[in-house]
Design a protein around this ligand. Structure first.
Ligand code: GUN
Ligand code: FE
Length: 463
């Protein structure tokens, strides 16, 4: 067994996490000890004598972070699907169907990242914005441009955000504009390899805070040759893979027509479906596809805000979870108009309630509803934290020995807080209030791998 790292810091206060889907666990007056490698070495809970004794020792060495009574420690949020270059487009251009939106708005914007200076400005602002919203792990799509994508990796490492980043591969001339596509399958593979090598040798990245991801945009944007090559590259390198899968009627239909099989089956055929694959959306996967995904151990990035605009359907998240599928949440910026995973957790609950109730009042109750579809707030919180960690196969999202200390400090003592916890709130009630009421204003500090990634405002102001 790995020798535990030397403890370097400890956190004392109230914490909340979800080790089991659908259940929250309160760790009251607990001490969480963190090693120099950023992993949790011990959790002493419920004001135990050991928690207090060790807290005193850490305090004496100036290594104790003590939370105020108005504060609560939560695992950091995991965003399983986000397009970094689409940050300038947040909240705009949401009125076209996916295939038109890509051509009219998104590809022209992404083409601008040939300009590394433009990329640097956007990416710095994005990573800061995500950290301020409590996202400690992000699985990013970048663009086809190697230098700009390397910059994103540099920025995440420097800011201390855990990041999995893909240089986007897209070479299919009938679907990608001339000024924004890979020249050939060969050049796309070469640039993907170059990005993997770059990230794996970044100084200061030995622990793998930033990781490269093989990223065919989606089947419509890629030639068969490129998809085959990227599947082989995934097997060769062991990298994570991300792509879009059966997002909308159009995408699902396009792949059926071109490949003769579903998106999921085609991806599997290319060698792109594995334990380290994250499929964005998956709204139109059928029972056989679901089984393939479960068998492969792949995960779904459920993007409930984006799905409102581009998906043509509600992802049946509960049914997929009950099949044993790995699922977490994604913002899908800028298909989704919010950088907040908390807001997406809220929307995941709301969308599931609408799926269960049905939306067409012209139909009889039993015709319009899809029973047993609702998820509750604890399940949405689990999706935002532990569920995302499981989908990525990374030890994040829980306060447990051996897990990375990725956390945020939520504070109710804010003049503009909509989160109104009360003394005596049971953990479930407290969590429900967080999902419905907490927001960016309440996120005071963010820690990734035991290091501060976002300081309290006072410290930020004096920096
Ligand atoms: N499918 C292919 N590219 C994209 C994208 O940028 N956003 C979304 N939502 N779907 C896609
Ligand atoms: Fe997307």
């Amino acid at each position: 067994m790995l020798k535990p790292a030397k403890p370097v810091r400890a956190f004392f206060g109230n914490a909340l996490h979800a080790p089991v889907r659908g259940q929250v666990e309160a760790l009251q007056q607990s001490l969480i000890v963190v090693g120099e490698d950023g992993r949790i070495t011990a959790v002493h809970s419920h004001g135990s004598g050991e928690a207090r004794r060790q807290a005193d020792q850490f305090a004496a060495r100036g290594e104790l972070v003590t939370l105020d009574p108005s504060q609560l420690l939560l695992p950091g949020f995991v965003d399983l699907h986000i397009h970094a270059p689409q940050w300038p487009q947040l909240g705009s251009a949401l009125d076209l169907p996916l295939e038109q939106w890509l051509q009219a708005h998104t590809f022209p914007l992404e083409a601008r990242y040939a300009d590394a200076e433009f990329a640097a400005g956007v990416y710095e602002s994005l990573v800061d914005g995500l950290l301020a919203n409590g996202t400690t792990t992000a699985l990013y799509f970048a663009t086809i441009h190697l230098p700009a994508t390397q910059l994103l990796a540099d920025i995440c490492l420097r800011r201390g955000q855990r990041a999995l980043i893909g240089r986007v591969a897209m070479d299919e001339p009938t679907q990608c504009p001339e000024n924004y596509r890979d020249e050939s399958a060969d050049s796309a593979e070469r640039d993907t390899r170059a990005f993997i090598a770059y990230v794996r040798s970044m100084p200061g990245n030995a622990a793998g805070l930033v990781r490269p991801v093989i990223t065919p945009r989606f089947i419509p944007s890629c030639s068969d040759e490129l998809l085959r090559r990227l599947g082989a590259l995934a097997a060769e390198t062991g990298c994570h893979v991300q792509t879009h899968c059966s997002e909308s009627d159009w995408q699902h239909g396009y792949v059926l027509k071109r490949c003769g099989v579903s998106d999921t089956a085609a991806l599997e055929g290319y060698g792109l479906l594995s334990r380290h694959t994250i499929l964005a959306h998956g709204n139109f996967i059928g029972a056989e596809d679901a089984e393939r995904i479960v068998q492969a151990g792949a995960g779904i990035a459920h993007c409930p805000l984006s799905n409102v605009y581009f998906s043509d359907a509600v992802f049946p998240v509960r049914r997929m979870l009950e099949r044993g599928m790995h699922v977490g949440l994604g913002t899908d910026i800028a298909g989704g108009a919010s950088p907040s995973i908390l807001e997406n957790a809220r929307q995941a609950v709301i969308a599931s309630r609408m799926l269960e109730a049905g939306v067409d009042p012209g139909l009889e109750r039993d015709e319009r509803r899809l029973p047993a579809s609702r998820i509750d707030a604890p399940t949405a919180f689990w999706l935002a934290t532990a569920g995302g960690g499981i989908a990525l196969d990374l030890p994040v999202g829980l306060f447990r020995e051996g897990y990375q200390f990725d956390a945020l400090v939520l504070d109710a003592d804010r003049p503009d807080s909509n989160w109104r916890p009360a003394a005596g709130d049971a953990p479930d009630a407290l969590l429900q209030k967080i999902i419905y009421g907490a927001g960016r204003t309440n996120i005071r500090e963010v820690w990734v791998a035991g290091r501060r990634a976002l300081a309290p405002e006072s410290a930020r102001a004096s920096k």
